[in-house]
Design a protein around this ligand. Structure first.
Ligand SMILES: [Zn+2]
Ligand SMILES: [Zn+2]
Length: 275
């Protein structure tokens, strides 16, 4: 496994969460590598949305995985002396039937495993998995169609899935662990300040720590929405547990590989006590 602790100590320019032509990213892997080298990055990890056994336009198809592995090998041979390239996936957790601990992922030679929850089960039918990670307009429609507009139930389901993902294992890094807070906060303003919500975040955070996993501080929404994942209001948990963390941009565009990093480092520095 990659020694993330050492990397974070010695480098400010790394990114272990990004999307390319193999899923919903907007440029080729090579364009990301060139951008990362151009900005002096020491490490760059690719995390296409993993194959999933359900229909999902954002996820890579299992039949494209060999091409992904081949392209990674080509780029590593070409650029590996200038930057440390790492092969990974953002593995979706769908439930006991699919996640980072599924045998499928032991057949792919990943350098590390990032895992995230984007889907939760529908509450109005047989439990079809519904993507709650999209933009707010789409989320609001789904709230009506699949969840009877019960935002508390959706939030509880998201964190229950997250804890189940953590307990199922097979992952190294937890991606944007309070991401539901963004759409839920638009749906119901102030929800992230409600005691029951905070308790769910704390419980999930404790599960991450109990399983010795790395927490991602995801900067994707900082520029447009003024928040990271976890929300800055939960940085006290990072402090309380001395949590091992990675600052990742979750970039879908090469020009955004470093977006929000310096700002997030400043936010963390003011939230954390000096060493
Ligand atoms: Zn994600
Ligand atoms: Zn992502």
């Amino acid at each position: 496994m990659i020694d993330f602790g050492e990397i974070v100590k010695s480098s400010r320019l790394y990114n272990f969460h990004s999307h390319t032509q193999f899923c919903d990213g907007r440029a080729t892997m090579e364009q990301f590598v060139v951008a990362a080298i151009g900005q002096g990055f020491t490490h760059y990890g690719f995390t296409p949305h993993s194959p999933v056994p359900i229909a999902s336009p954002c996820n890579m198809k299992a039949e494209d995985v060999p091409a992904y592995l081949a392209e990674f090998s080509r780029l590593k041979a070409l650029y590996g002396h200038r930057i440390n390239l790492c092969l990974s996936m953002e593995i979706d957790y769908l439930g006991p039937q699919w996640g980072a601990s599924s045998s499928y992922f032991s057949t792919v030679p990943l350098d590390y495993r990032l895992s995230s929850v984007h889907f939760i089960p529908s509450m109005v039918d047989s439990g079809e998995m519904v993507d709650v990670d999209g933009n707010f307009l789409s989320f609001r429609k789904k709230m009506e169609t699949y969840f009877g507009n019960d935002i508390e139930a959706v939030v509880r389901s998201f964190y229950a899935q997250s804890i189940a993902m953590i307990e199922a294992g097979g992952l190294d890094v937890v991606g944007h662990f309070d991401k539901i807070g963004h759409n839920a906060g638009h749906f119901s303003e102030g929800i992230e300040q409600e005691p029951w919500y905070i308790e769910l975040v704390e419980r999930t955070f404790e599960a991450i720590m109990d399983h010795h996993l790395i927490i991602e501080v995801n900067t994707k929404a900082l520029r447009d929405h003024g928040r990271t994942f976890p929300n800055q209001r939960f940085y006290y948990l990072l402090k309380r547990y001395h949590a091992p963390l990675l600052i990742n941009s979750d970039a879908h565009y090469p020009e955004l590989i470093n977006a929000g990093r310096e700002e997030t480092m400043s936010l963390l520095a003011t939230a954390l006590p000096p060493k």
